[in-house]
Design a protein around this ligand. Sequence first.
Ligand SMILES: C[S@@+](CC[C@H](N)C(=O)[O-])C[C@H]1O[C@@H](n2cnc3c(N)ncnc32)[C@H](O)[C@@H]1O
Length: 235
Amino acid sequence: MRLRGRKGIRENLEQQQDLVVLDPREYKGRWSEVFGNDHPIHVELGMGKGKFISGMSVKYPESNFVGMDMYDELIRRGSEKVRNHWQEQYQTEPESVRLALGNIESIEEFFAPGEIQRIYLNFSDPWPKKKHGRRRLTHPRFLEKYCTLLNDEGEIHFKTDSRDLFQFSLNAFAASGLQMRNISLSLHGEGINEEHVMTEYETKFVGQGMPIYRCEVVIGESALKRYHEHKMDEF
Ligand SMILES: C[S@@+](CC[C@H](N)C(=O)[O-])C[C@H]1O[C@@H](n2cnc3c(N)ncnc32)[C@H](O)[C@@H]1O
């Protein structure tokens, strides 16, 4: 994603302490205090301009949402989007959502074990060259970290336009011994699936007629138990 430099962005972010977290390390193990409740915490890793996290936060106000990205300018754009969305929907400032500046490489420094209920990986950079495979956010080295941070109900929801990244990721989930479900090779194949809040990239790719690949990974013990009890229901 190409970003133009913009003066005063950091100052802008510093003035938004109700929404923007500039040093997520400060809140490791204390995110419930940040939100003032113990509702489940859902995190989008690589939120881009924030369309998805802002849409999810107004659609599901009973959950807490953290959108993370490593660029100040994306956090700033996301903050505008979130504030506008909350004003339109609830005529209030945002409550159950925070935008955090951080590099996912260090995710274990931002969240404590079992602190997250769901991780969203939306249109993660595909890193097509084989030598860059370790940078893909579904590489087993990242999956190991996610598994530690997810709670008893923990899941990963992954969508992408990249067939190669999808194939790599399914193999990475399998190699890590993780249970997949609801695998789709064309999420919007029969028209836009209104259940799914769309991301910026998704809106663009769907507009170009490209298929969207999606799957869920069931990780937490209770989530897995429920999955096994009902896994044959849909067949
Ligand atoms: C291809 S964009 C997708 C954005 C958004 N999820 C969407 O679907 O529209 C990938 C995003 O992930 C962010 N990203 C990639 N690697 C990251 C990392 N290691 N830490 C934090 N953010 C990262 C990029 O800055 C970019 O905003």
